[in-house]
Design a protein around this ligand. Structure first.
Ligand SMILES: Nc1ncnc2c1ncn2[C@@H]1O[C@H](COP(=O)(O)OP(=O)(O)OP(=O)(O)O)[C@@H](O)[C@H]1O
Ligand SMILES: [Mg+2]
Ligand SMILES: [Zn+2]
Length: 559
């Protein structure tokens, strides 16, 4: 007896058996039940995800002796013939080898004959994108008005290669890559039926390798079975498929996070000794860092991370001790490093250097902490008015005593006085009102924020919006009523809003928005200047011999 490969033996015979494509099978089932079957379908999607299988099930559903039914019996003449590919009325045509106009002409002729046994003549054209342009043109007319007894089912992995004229005449279904979990389940039920012993972890390795295609998964399983027989150990799978042991990925992540550079080097070495592909390892590691970040933000939502429960648990415990910021940084480094590795003539060395860099990241981060600390210290100094002067003197001494690199000082502009608002009650009132409106209506608040205040009187406000659109918005009756209502709420009196369009040159008080920006930039300049002059920064520049490239300010930090 000849051996039937698993992929063929386990071809789904019913819509229910088609894994992971419920969005397709549900619609097709409804169409059959409601007698609304289209005359041309297009099935698109990656290799081995069920397109041809679905087309055959559809053909059986429409032609089953007990049909049309979404549950073909798989026993009757038509069902059996369709399954075995011997039906005269259901033809499978390979677009890759029947691409000429003549082929299409022959097809068009046969279309005109009524089906001999079945209800419908069904043409399943696989890899339809391979047809020539003239073949497409020949098909078009038929597609437009096919005889009532004809149905086309096109399948392709590359729908973008199809002409729009064809696309627009078909009802399209996009088949999805099948999630690892579903592949795993399907494999599990197959090995159970086939009486093959294999661990969950082993099946997971295969499912992961299959990359979303069930046919690939089954072929890999075939491969493993022919090597190992009916009892398969995890090591045998790893050997046959040449896949990277997931344990090594976890080890690598642990080494990086523990800042254990030595362990990182040992892992690359191990990779090398076992002859595993460095680039492949890098890709998996990159994906793993992505998964860790997702586990961190979703607290381990299994829907978003393709892995088994054991791995998910490992990841959950891993991310507990890592901040999101660090994960981000590690992912960034890894992604950039992967570019190098993929292009490198010495991927092993590139990987080594990358892991070393990642595992010494702790030192980099300390500079960030340092800057935070610097800002924090300055903040406390501001609270004690007597201190700053003394500090300034310290700084000077500190500078002159040593040979620190000269840092260009910013222009000696007086820092913006943050208390200015308090001195101008009018503005304070206006600011308060704007943020009150902001809390009620963002769009209106934003318009007020950008507008220039011309006059702020007892019972009236004169405003100049920043453009004509806002001028019209603010002037319309509805907005005017709103403004009256908000002013009553906030000031206790109704203020009339007089909206005018002024030339840019006319000087008015800055808009709230401009002032905010001004304060922010002054504040950030001040913070930056202080950071640059801070003894700790100067000291670290001295120790590390570097220069300050960028200073980031966190304006909220000081508030
Ligand atoms: N969604 C699925 N559910 C169950 N089995 C599937 C599924 N997809 C693929 N298979 C398995 O893979 C085999 C091949 O599937 P099928 O021929 O339907 O894929 P396809 O999408 O047409 O692939 P290709 O693009 O390479 O033609 C099937 O015989 C079946 O064993
Ligand atoms: Mg196919
Ligand atoms: Zn039947």
């Amino acid at each position: 007896m000849s051996y039937l490969v698993l992929a063929r033996k386990w071809r789904p015979q019913n819509f229910e058996d088609l894994v992971g494509q419920e969005h397709v099978t549900r619609t097709l089932t409804n169409a059959i039940n409601n007698d609304r079957v289209a005359h041309a379908y297009l099935f698109t999607g990656a290799r081995g995800v069920g397109k041809t299988s679905a087309a055959r099930i559809m053909a059986k559903a429409l032609n089953c002796a007990e049909g049309p039914t979404p549950h073909p019996c798989n026993e009757c003449g038509p069902c059996r013939e369709i399954s075995s590919g011997t039906s005269v009325d259901v033809q499978e045509i390979d677009g890759a080898s029947n691409t000429s106009v003549d082929d299409i002409r022959a097809l068009k002729e046969s279309i005109n004959y009524l089906p001999s046994v079945c209800r419908k003549k069904i043409y399943i054209i696989d890899e339809v994108h391979m047809l020539s342009t003239s073949a497409f043109n020949a098909l078009l007319k038929t597609l437009e008005e096919p005889p009532a007894h004809v149905i086309f089912i096109f399948a392709t992995t590359e729908p973008h290669k199809l002409p729009g004229t064809i696309l627009s005449r078909c009802q399209r279904f996009d088949f999805k890559r099948i999630p690892i979990k579903l592949i795993h389940e399907r494999l599990r039920s197959i090995v159970e039926e086939e009486k093959i012993k294999i661990s969950d972890k082993g099946l997971m390795i295969i499912a992961r390798e299959a990359d979303g295609g069930l046919r690939d998964a089954q072929s890999l399983l075939d491969q493993v079975i022919s090597f190992a027989g009916n009892e398969i150990s995890d090591d045998e799978i790893i050997d046959v498929l040449g896949v990277i042991d997931r344990a090594l990925i976890h080890e690598a992540v642990k080494a990086v996070i523990d800042r254990d550079s030595k362990a990182c080097l040992a892992i690359v070495d191990k990779l090398f000794i076992y002859g595993w592909d460095v680039k492949e390892f890098g890709k998996e590691l990159l994906e793993h860092f992505r998964n860790l970040a997702v586990v961190k933000v979703t607290e381990g939502d299994p829907a978003l991370v393709e892995s088994n429960i054991d791995e998910l648990e490992i990841m959950k415990s891993t991310v507990q001790n890592v901040s999101m910021g660090d994960l981000h940084m590690l992912f960034d480094l890894m992604a950039k490093g992967m570019d190098d590795i993929l292009r490198s003539f010495h991927p092993k060395i590139s990987l080594e250097m990358l892991l070393l860099k990642m595992s010494t990241l702790g030192n980099l981060r300390n500079i960030d902490d340092l800057l935070m600390a610097v800002q924090g210290m300055e903040f406390h100094e501001e609270l004690t008015p007597a201190e700053p002067k003394k500090r300034a003197e310290d700084k000077k001494e500190f500078k002159s005593e040593s040979h620190y690199k000269e840092i260009p000082a910013e222009s000696p502009k007086e820092p913006y006085d943050l208390s200015v608002e308090a001195k101008l009650p009018v503005e304070a009132d206006w600011n308060g009102f704007v943020s009150h409106v902001n809390g009620k209506s963002r769009p209106l608040g934003s318009m007020l924020e950008h507008a220039h205040l011309i006059k702020f009187g007892e019972d009236s406000v004169e405003l100049s919006p920043s453009n004509t659109f806002e001028y019209e918005k603010l002037s319309d009756d509805k907005t005017q009523k709103l403004l009256l209502a908000f002013s009553l709420e906030y000031f206790g009196v109704e203020k009339g809003f007089d909206i005018q369009l002024l030339d840019k040159e006319v000087k008015t008080i800055n808009s709230v928005y401009e002032k905010k920006k001004q304060i922010e930039s002054d504040k950030s300049r001040k913070l930056k200047k202080e950071a640059m002059e801070h003894p700790m920064v100067l000291e670290s520049l001295n120790v590390f011999g570097g220069s300050v490239e960028e200073i980031k300010t966190d304006l909220n930090f000081n508030e």
